[in-house]
Design a protein around this ligand. Structure first.
Ligand code: ADP
Ligand code: GLC
Length: 491
């Protein structure tokens, strides 16, 4: 199949979260299975960074109709990974040559509607310019949802390139929907007849994700539990009615994400000072010491370290973590290390803990992939108290690195972690809690700590259970292939 994957970010080129990881590793897995995959994303300055600029300009003057009558000129750059996998970058500096992808100092860029409407239109034009006969158009989140609306519209439905195209939209996070003033409809080049409840209209505003959900042949999200949760008022962010409508039609599915098992392999990971495997954990103990040193904590093998790597956003529940660990820092013999950036008050609270408890709490405020790998490898526990978590990748990375996840039972966290209990030790891979209260999280952190100290065989078993789990894309890539083949008929 010829698969076009539309996204706003992909690792290693530009990344703010898990969408980037998935936008590299799933296309990679599909290409390995023999499909031709073309990934389209913006050409941000980050792409020019250290990793590549192996990109090459393959199309200089791409005309992109924008608004009612304007035409803008972009270029297409290509990074060819293999014969059947290419990343294509839409180069258009006015919108994409910015220091950060979506915001500055926590404030969304005021022209984000224009930027991503432009991206979607440019992707459609690029497909025509490169003359790709598209079998599958796979859009991701609100930023590229419009591609699937365009596909069915008069603007594109008569092109031969799209004559057999099935459209899929994957929701990676329904908390972000691309809701803007309705006047932004102008930029789409689509008429006001599209501004109705079956498409863009959402409380008299323009909702790009909603339009994608209602017009795509198939809607997916990134775990089976999240696919159920988003049908409810608590998790649907006001899109639950639209999603219920698609679910009744049999057009909504939850497919669990996999992980990139080449990048995230403790035996070969070049970002780690020491490597290890489930057969020999010596390197893990050395990574723990290196982690303690890195964060200026006392180097002690016996104390449990709880690690966190996260965006500091409301979704992630770290406000509750910040509240609950105060008692533990005062009373318990524990260490915490955290890497994160996001809400300013959380950044400040974490830095304050690091100042107040230099022997127990280490914080790196910012983004560091290298440190993230060290935290995954050197910690004993990995904490994810998410309010909601469509899939979550870190809990899977941590299990592969022999680090036991402690998670709130929601979305993909529910689907990937097997809760510890005395009777379940052969399967257990982590600790779960249900209600997001400081006391519930604190009790679970302490419960895990007591298993670490007092039941070493059980803890060791959980470590190896996690390391043996298969989270590779092999299974899920097959699920996507099935979905692509049957998007119009069986599902
Ligand atoms: P989300 O996409 O909601 O942030 P995921 O768990 O799916 O959550 O993916 C997060 C990804 O971003 C992981 O690869 C994680 O390691 C990475 N990440 C998040 N914050 C940081 C950070 N401050 N430094 C390095 N990596 C980070
Ligand atoms: C989103 C979600 C996260 C998921 C990722 C990749 O950012 O918040 O849970 O793992 O997308 O699908």
């Amino acid at each position: 199949m010829n698969i076009v994957w539309a996204t706003s970010e992909a690792a290693p080129y530009a990344k703010t979260g898990g969408l980037a990881d998935v936008s590299y590793s799933l296309p990679y897995a599909l290409a390995e299975n023999g499909h031709n995959v073309s990934v389209f994303m913006p050409y941000y300055p980050q792409v020019m960074g250290d990793k590549c600029d192996d990109t090459e300009c393959v199309y200089k003057l791409l005309g992109v109709p924008f608004g009612d009558s304007n035409e803008e000129w972009a270029s297409i750059r290509q990074h060819k990974i293999s014969e059947n996998l290419s990343f294509y970058f839409i180069e258009f500096d006015r919108y994409f040559d910015r220091p950060k992808l979506y915001d500055w100092d926590g404030n969304e860029y005021s022209d984000n509607a224009e930027r991503f409407i432009f991206l979607s239109r440019a992707i459609m034009q690029a497909v025509l310019a490169l003359d790709i006969q598209v079998d599958v158009l796979h859009a991701n989140d609100w930023h590229t949802a419009l591609c699937n609306v365009y596909l069915k519209s008069d603007l594109y439905n008569s092109y031969e390139n799209f004559s057999r195209t099935k459209s899929i939209i994957t929701i990676h996070n329904i908390g972000y929907q691309g809701v803007f003033k309705k006047s932004n409809l102008y930029w789409t080049g689509l008429g006001w007849d599209y501004f109705n409840v079956h498409c863009f209209e959402f409380y008299d505003q323009l909702n790009l994700l909603k339009a994608g959900v209602l017009t795509s042949d198939m809607v997916t999200t990134v775990s089976p539990t999240y696919a159920e949760e988003i049908l409810t008022r608590d998790y649907g962010f006001s899109l639950e009615r639209a999603l219920q409508h698609r679910a009744v039609q049999g057009k909504l599915r939850g497919i669990l994400n996999g992980i990139d098992v080449i990048e995230w392999d403790p035996e070969t990971d070049k970002l780690l000072p020491y490597n290890f495997s489930d057969k020999d954990l010596t390197g893990k103990a050395q990574c723990k010491a290196a982690l303690q040193e890195e964060f200026g904590l006392p180097v002690r093998p016996d104390v449990p370290i709880y690690g966190v790597v996260s965006r500091l956003a409301h979704q992630k529940g770290l406000d509750v973590f910040i509240e609950c660990i105060d008692d533990m820092l005062k009373e318990d013999d524990v260490q915490f290390v955290i890497i994160g950036s996001g809400e300013t008050w959380q950044e400040t609270a974490l830095s304050d803990y690091a100042k107040a408890y230099p022997d127990k709490f280490g914080a790196h405020i910012g983004y560091s992939n290298k440190l993230a790998h060290l935290v995954e490898a050197g910690s004993d526990f990995f904490v994810m108290p998410s309010r909601y978590e469509p899939c979550g990748l870190n809990q899977m990375y941590s299990m592969k690195y022999g680090t036991v996840p402690i998670v709130r039972s929601t979305g993909g966290l529910e689907d990937t972690v097997n809760n510890y209990s005395a009777g379940n030790i052969n399967k257990a891979t982590g600790f779960k809690f249900y209600d997001l209260y400081p006391a519930a999280l604190r009790d679970t952190l302490r419960w895990a700590g007591s298993v670490y100290r007092n039941d070493k065989p059980a803890f060791a078993k959980m470590v190896t259970n996690g390391m043996k789990m298969d989270f590779s894309w092999h299974h899920t890539a097959v699920e996507y292939e099935e979905l692509y083949q049957h998007a119009n008929s069986r599902f």
